[in-house]
Design a protein around this ligand. Structure first.
Ligand code: ZN
Length: 229
């Protein structure tokens, strides 16, 4: 059972009514299995009406004319966009990482320069940059594209960089149970570069190390491999 992953939890159960769902906004897709219906997929939906109202109010609040040509479709556009940029909300990366392969040699796996875009939850402004993920397998590895997927799941929600770094490491630990993990995120926060202290080009770097990567030599190796192009 994956209690942290509601989609998986629901997938494995026959009777929807035994659950109280954590989010009210769901689209549930079924497939038939004999006389039973089983849940195929649960999709978390954005309440577009609410978002549209909010954007209209925001525009009014800053003194704009919501009826002028350039803005009239803006609430609708933003509501639609929210489905994509907040599409990771309510999900965990576990289902991606469950695609695994056995390996003989347990050498470091590094996927670097994974570009991501997320939203700072304090200002709802983008922060974006690169993620570098490394782990030392314990007999199994996941597909390389799944590491990028993992980053995406945790980027697509109102987020802070520090928590995102931990969530990625937690997912790797939970599903792959490797001997060591190191996650590093480097990002520019537009809430810092466009407003406030205005330091264009400044980057925030966060890291999480687990297991074998708590060793300084391993961290050095990681940094070296990240820097080498
Ligand atoms: Zn911010």
């Amino acid at each position: 059972m994956f209690y942290h992953n509601w989609r998986c939890l629901l997938f494995y159960e026959d009777n929807l009514q035994t659950f109280r769902l954590p989010f009210p906004l769901l689209k549930v897709e079924y497939y038939s299995y004999g006389s039973n219906q089983k849940i195929k997929e649960v999709v978390f939906l954005v309440d577009k009406n609410k978002v549209e109202q909010a954007i209209r109010l925001l525009l009014e609040g800053i003194g704009e004319d919501t009826q002028r040509e350039g803005l009239i479709e803006t609430p609708k556009r933003i509501a639609k966009m929210c489905e994509e940029i907040y599409g990771g909300l309510g999900y965990e990366a576990d289902e991606h990482l469950l695609k695994q392969f056995q390996v003989e040699n347990n050498e470091m796996v590094l996927e670097k320069d994974i570009t991501f875009y997320s939203m700072c939850e304090h200002h709802l402004m983008p922060f974006y940059g690169k993620a570098h993920l490394a782990y030392i397998p314990d007999g199994k590895v996941t597909g390389l594209s799944k590491l990028a997927r993992t980053v995406e799941v945790y980027a697509r929600r109102p987020q802070i960089q520090e928590r995102m770094t931990v969530q990625i490491a937690d997912a790797l630990e939970r599903v792959l149970k490797p001997k060591g993990i190191m996650v590093m995120l480097e990002a520019e926060h537009t809430c810092m570069t466009m407003r406030g202290i205005k330091k264009p080009g400044s980057r925030t770097v966060t890291t999480v190390t687990r297991g074998a990567f708590t060793d300084l030599e391993m961290q050095k190796l990681f940094l070296q491999m990240v820097k080498d192009s």
